[in-house]
Ligand binder design. Sequence first.
Ligand code: FES
Length: 113
Amino acid sequence: METRDDQAWVALMPLAELPTDGTGRAMESGGRQLAVFHHEGAVRVLDGVCPHQGALLGDGVISRGEVTCPFHGWHFDLETGKSGDGLPECVEVFESRVSAEGWVECALPSIGA
Ligand code: FES
């Protein structure tokens, strides 16, 4: 998988920290709040701040390909970041992968890009 010139792959955590399908974690990297999920055998990395009132989406629950915000229940698609409630708000989804060493990595915009 190639990244744009203004992106860099960043190692976030060992996949072993998300051992069970359907688990997630809120974390910070490169000055960004991220939501990292293990979903259906793959990893997904989204902007971690809910656009409604700022809850950490990494603390949300995954069901049917969406994360449910822990505060007021808005839903966001793990593939597209679009609202599952038909709202215009969405969250950014970053390219992600698991390295040969078993680390969850994602492509974040480079500092200064
Ligand atoms: S803060 Fe996420 S739905 Fe309200």
